[in-house]
Design a protein around this ligand. Structure first.
Ligand SMILES: [Mg+2]
Length: 358
């Protein structure tokens, strides 16, 4: 298709100031430094993509993402976006470690492709669910602040809260206890971001049980390469265990499936990219692994792509697509809208992923 030929691809910084730094066990981020990708077809149709690199998670930052995408521009120029899958595979062989850079390009390609076909990205993925319900993440903050935030979120209608866990010390226990007290009706997910070894993770879960704090999900308790440890935690605690950092690529998830090392796989477009993310979802479904969808620090551009991905495919049991309030300053309109804890009327988000420049 002549009109579906890529003419130009550009990558520019997309920055947001944070009111408070974003802190997880593996690092602190004082501001959001994402990348905006614009791809223009010969037909004039534009596709938009976003990368949200988080150094301690995926080893990329804004500068490396921009350099990676600019280095791909010669390769991309002249390609037909209807060959999306082949382009995606070739990009992975060229820049396998630059996952969020590749994801942003894939997002822009699929946006342009679905716009060209007059469909939405949600249709592309199967159009399974018109509404999805997200949790909300409480950062590593003082227990009192956590209690207040939990109460407020519960009053706003959130049914599941997620909190980050640091070192598994007294402070973590107090914070989780405070969240549980502030929102007793909410399910509680925790994410250690690789902070424990298997024994520590099991001991920490027992301590929470003793405090009467009931967990719904324990995400990435151990180091990403410690699949044996992940399996051990899964077998020893009575809480669903999710692989996140341990599940970047399809090859990682194949191993997790083979070893039955997790109950849940957290798919993030910024880790797997869009094509491989879809393959991971299929593999998990075929093997009875529950699906989770997560995010980094995307604006509503990247967030919308994840919303359409998960709701289009359908069957995601855990949804962790909670945008930081600061990103609403982005120069975009359209896309998925979060009302309280749900993205509704997803069928109406179109064409492509529905995001337009303001
Ligand atoms: Mg996580």
């Amino acid at each position: 298709m002549e009109e579906a030929i890529i003419d130009t691809v550009t990558a520019e910084p997309l920055n947001f100031d944070l009111e408070e730094p974003f802190e997880i066990a593996s690092g602190k981020k004082p501001k959001i430094e994402n990348v905006f990708v614009k791809l223009t077809l010969k037909s004039g149709i534009e596709g938009y993509g976003e990368a949200s690199p988080l150094e301690p998670i995926n080893g990329e930052n804004q500068s490396t993402v921009i350099a990676a995408i600019r280095s791909l521009s010669d390769f991309l120029k002249g390609k037909d976006v209807t060959d999306y899958k082949e382009i995606s595979e070739r990009m992975k062989s060229l820049l396998w470690a630059q996952a969020s850079a590749r994801a942003a390009v894939e997002m822009a390609i699929l946006d342009a492709l679905t716009k060209t076909r007059g469909e939405s990205l949600w249709d592309y993925y199967g159009g399974a669910e018109d509404t999805i319900v997200t949790d909300y993440t409480i950062s590593i903050v003082e227990p009192d602040t956590a209690r207040k935030q939990a109460k407020k979120l519960s009053e706003k209608g959130f049914e599941t809260l997620k909190t980050k866990v640091g070192k598994g010390d007294e402070e973590d226990l107090e914070r989780l206890n405070a969240v549980s007290e502030g929102a007793p009706g909410c399910k509680l997910n925790i994410d250690a971001n690789e902070g424990f070894d298997a024994e520590e993770a099991v001991a920490f879960t027992r301590k929470l049980e003793d405090l009467g704090v009931k967990l719904n999900l324990f995400e990435q308790p151990v180091k990403r390469y410690d699949i044996e440890g992940l399996k051990k935690v899964k077998e020893e605690i009575d809480v669903a265990v999710a692989a996140d950092e341990a599940a970047f690529f399809l090859s990682d998830v194949r191993k997790i499936v083979e070893m039955r090392a997790a109950n849940v796989v957290n798919i993030k477009l910024m880790k797997s990219g869009l094509k491989e993310g879809q393959e991971i979802a299929n593999l998990c479904k075929e093997n009875g692994i529950d699906l989770m969808v997560g995010c980094m620090l995307e604006s509503m551009l990247g967030m919308t792509a994840s919303v359409l991905f998960a709701s289009g495919i359908g069957g995601f049991k855990y949804i962790d697509l909670d945008p930081r309030p600061e990103v609403f300053t982005a120069p975009f309109k359209g896309g998925a809208k979060l009302e309280g804890n749900r993205y509704k009327d997803i069928n109406g988000v179109r064409p492509g992923h529905g995001i337009e420049l303001e």
